[in-house]
Design a protein around this ligand. Structure first.
Ligand code: F6R
Ligand code: MG
Ligand code: MG
Length: 369
């Protein structure tokens, strides 16, 4: 049978500031999605947050871009926004950029990572949720998981992974996409995805002739850019991703391995700074120091007939203590640069922030030299 796994997220208000989603909003979301199960729109769900982002993880059999499922997510965010507004939580309704739902939640503000696939005998799947960063933050770990033999032992050892994977990469400025094969096109692929503010990995597919169908994704990442929708700075586009694991795919531990390194991502304070991404359990996913540092949460599920039969908060583990420690050292090191690059993002990335408004004020004072 085919199941669709949908992660739809939005920042509909933080408490306090941009730090975290209040418990009461999570409760509203829980109630709304319970109604969605009762009315048969979705089969199962999980509600959580990463920092100030409300995360709806849903399973159903309606496929991607489904109007009912997206409508349910929109209604859930709207209901949570009402509570956030009543309580004057910060940035209430921030990511809901349109007034009325128009059939597909994409392009309306929330971030979406969905994939439809034939369930295997046992289907482990991981939901990654990030706060205070952008979709390109997934390029590094997704590349490592599916293409780096120093990360994923299975690429070397397991014949069913040996042939590699197909990467669907989006140019989010030009609105184009390209499919690239690894390992044979690995260098070309890296030439693109190293430029993570422009080229982002959207999906991963198995190669033809392998153990898994080559037209069903094994990973999917949200690529929504709020700036492109709103035309002004709203906040970073805190991304989410879903990754399937095991038997013919990277093992659970190979999927988590890249996060043992707190690599640099852009976002953090005012969406304008480079900083380390820190893997944390959900109860530590609150953005505090300098509105960060950026966080990533990993929730692992088992699926059966579209039902989430069990789950685990995967970074709630001392195995990631050293990474968190290192992330804090890197955070401290980066902070010492204050407003200087490369802690602050380069000018072309600052275009999507509030800085141009400051620059505008100085424009007329420049003389020819
Ligand atoms: C980053 C983020 C925060 C805010 C910052 C200023 O994505 O959301 O770092 O940019 O707290 O927020 P305002 O301008 O709302 O006071
Ligand atoms: Mg916010
Ligand atoms: Mg956020």
């Amino acid at each position: 049978m085919k199941t669709t796994f949908s992660i739809i997220k939005a920042d509909v208000g933080g408490c306090p500031g941009h730090s975290i989603v209040n418990e009461d909003l999570l409760e509203v979301a829980y109630e709304k999605l319970s109604e969605g199960v009762e009315s048969g729109i979705i089969k199962d769900f999980f509600v959580t947050n990463c920092g100030d982002d409300l995360e709806l993880i849903m399973t159903h059999d309606k496929g991607e871009d489904n109007e009912e499922v997206h409508g349910l997510a929109w209604d859930t965010f709207t209901a949570a926004t009402e509570v956030a507004k009543e309580r004057a939580f910060y940035g209430a309704g921030q990511d809901l950029l349109k007034d009325a739902f128009s059939g597909n939640i994409k392009g309306m503000g929330p971030g979406v990572a969905e994939m439809t696939f034939t369930e295997r005998k046992s289907e482990p799947i991981i939901a990654f949720l990030m706060d205070k960063t952008e979709p390109g933050a997934f390029n590094f770990p997704i590349f490592k998981i599916f293409a780096d033999p120093f990360n994923t032992a299975g690429l070397v050892i397991d014949p069913s992974l040996h042939s590699g994977f197909v990467f669907e990469v989006w140019d989010i400025l030009e609105h184009k996409r390209v499919f690239m094969k690894t390992p044979e096109e690995m260098y070309d692929l890296l030439a693109l995805i190293g430029a993570k503010s422009r080229f982002v990995i959207k999906r991963i597919f198995p190669k033809e002739g392998g153990k898994l169908p080559d037209d069903e994704p094994v990973a999917s990442i949200s690529t929504e850019k709020l700036f492109h929708i709103a035309g002004e700075y709203i906040g970073k586009d805190d991304p989410v991703a879903a990754v399937r694991a095991q038997s013919g795919l990277p093992a659970l531990g190979e999927v988590l391995e890249p996060f043992a390194f707190p690599y640099l991502v852009s976002g953090w304070m005012r969406g304008s700074h480079n900083g380390p991404i820190m893997p944390v359990p959900t109860y530590q996913a609150k953005c505090t120091r300098f509105d960060g540092p950026p966080r990533v949460v990993a929730l692992g599920f088992q699926l059966k007939n579209g039902i989430l039969t069990g789950w685990e908060d995967l970074f709630d583990d001392p195995a990631f203590d050293m990474t968190r420690q290192k992330a804090q050292e890197v955070a401290d090191y980066m902070r010492r640069h204050g407003p200087f690059e490369p802690h602050r993002l380069p000018l072309e990335d600052m275009e999507y922030t509030t800085l141009p408004k400051v620059m505008e004020k100085l424009r007329d004072r420049f003389e020819e030299v």
